[in-house]
Design a protein around this ligand. Structure first.
Ligand code: ATP
Ligand code: MG
Length: 225
């Protein structure tokens, strides 16, 4: 069973700012979990630590049964590449690359893709998955925000991750587009990916299997409040 687990994780920035306070949490493959909470409550910190983008001050992170807490940066990058895909509020597409090329970027560091044709075939499959194959040669600036975020989701899938982690994925979108993004993420969970979304947006609650609330660095499941 694919799983991300956090055990008694705390994060203190600069020796003073306690951003996470003894957080224990797990997400399984096929689950869509939303973490909500006020600005400054620790949501992004939580996502970055669960996603191995930052280190915790104390506690343990276990990914698919492997305790990665003592891994060096190279080993962490390798686990990230093979296991995790990220989606951010600001899309972060490269505006000089066509959409299918943007989707290929993470494949460049993955030696499982042997030829450029392998990468192009995978990019084609992923852009079809998010319903934009007719636009694949366009540049990000030619797309709406919602469409750009769908491309960013396709790119997050480039290396077949077990989990997708998204920080405010609808923060820059209008209400119609935000529902499309949550639907896309729901489909991924139904296809077997674990989906962890950090959001202010109440609409996410309709799509999530479980909702957690972050408050002053403390994480609680919503119905336990
Ligand atoms: N690099 C950093 N250095 C020092 N303090 C930080 C750093 N990053 C975050 N913090 C602090 O940690 C706390 C949690 O921040 P975090 O960004 O995780 O909150 P958030 O819930 O994602 O907020 P928002 O909803 O506004 O994105 C805040 O008090 C913030 O000021
Ligand atoms: Mg944040």
């Amino acid at each position: 069973m694919k799983k991300i687990e956090l055990k008694n994780v705390s994060k203190i920035y600069n020796g003073t700012v306690k951003a996470l306070n003894n957080v224990s949490f797990s997400i399984n493959q096929g689950e869509f979990i939303a973490v909500m909470g006020q600005s400054g409550s620790g949501k992004s910190t939580f996502l970055q630590i669960a996603g191995l983008l930052d280190k915790c001050t104390s506690g343990e992170i276990i990914i698919n049964g492997e305790n990665v807490s003592s891994f060096d940066n190279n080993k962490l990058a390798n686990v990230r590449m093979k296991t995790l895909g990220f989606v951010f509020q600001a899309f972060h597409l490269n505006r000089h690359l066509r959409l299918y090329e943007n989707i290929m970027v993470p494949m460049l560091i993955n030696n499982e893709y042997k030829t450029k044709a392998d990468m192009e075939n995978k990019a084609q499959e992923l852009i079809e998955l998010v319903g934009l194959s007719h636009r694949k040669k366009h540049y990000p600036g030619q797309l709406s925000g919602g469409e750009q975020q769908r491309v960013a989701i396709a790119r997050a899938l480039a290396n077949n991750p077990d989990f997708i982690l998204a920080d405010e994925p609808t923060g820059n979108l209008d209400s119609e587009n935000e529902l499309m993004i949550f639907e896309e993420l729901r489909k991924l969970a139904d296809s077997g990916k674990g989906v962890l979304v950090v959001s202010h947006n109440d609409a996410v609650t309709q799509y999530a299997d479980k909702i957690y609330i972050m408050k002053d660095g403390v994480l609680k499941e919503k119905n336990e409040e």
